[in-house]
Design a protein around this ligand. Structure first.
Ligand code: ZN
Length: 105
């Protein structure tokens, strides 16, 4: 699926590739965690790790959905574009910096 006419310099495509790699890495990580049912004393830690991995996977999935929808890089709160340097540091970022400062994450 096309990333749309806005991606004039291929940047969104570059981020899509990065998010896809992140997705595969998180998915593999989650599978690994779910397959590892070893030590019952570690169960609490294990549950926390699984929950964190699931959350990361959801965030990356949501970001990929925004790429497909053509809204990737737009703040979900105010609709302004999120700075590219912020997205390069945090590819699944949903909000622009002013919104984060105003409302928290
Ligand atoms: Zn915003």
């Amino acid at each position: 699926m096309s990333t749309g006419a806005r991606d004039t310099d291929g940047w969104i495509e570059k981020m899509r590739v990065r998010l896809t790699e992140d997705y595969e890495a998180q998915d593999a990580h989650l599978r690994h965690l779910l397959a590892d049912t070893s030590d019952p004393e570690e169960a609490h830690t294990h549950d926390a790790l699984v929950a964190a991995a699931r959350q990361s996977l959801e965030q990356v999935t949501a970001a990929l959905a925004r790429v497909e929808a053509g809204t990737y890089g737009d703040c979900e709160r105010c609709g302004n574009p999120i700075l590219r340097e912020r997205l390069e540091a945090l590819p699944h970022a949903r909000y622009c910096v002013p919104c984060l400062e105003r409302h928290g994450n």
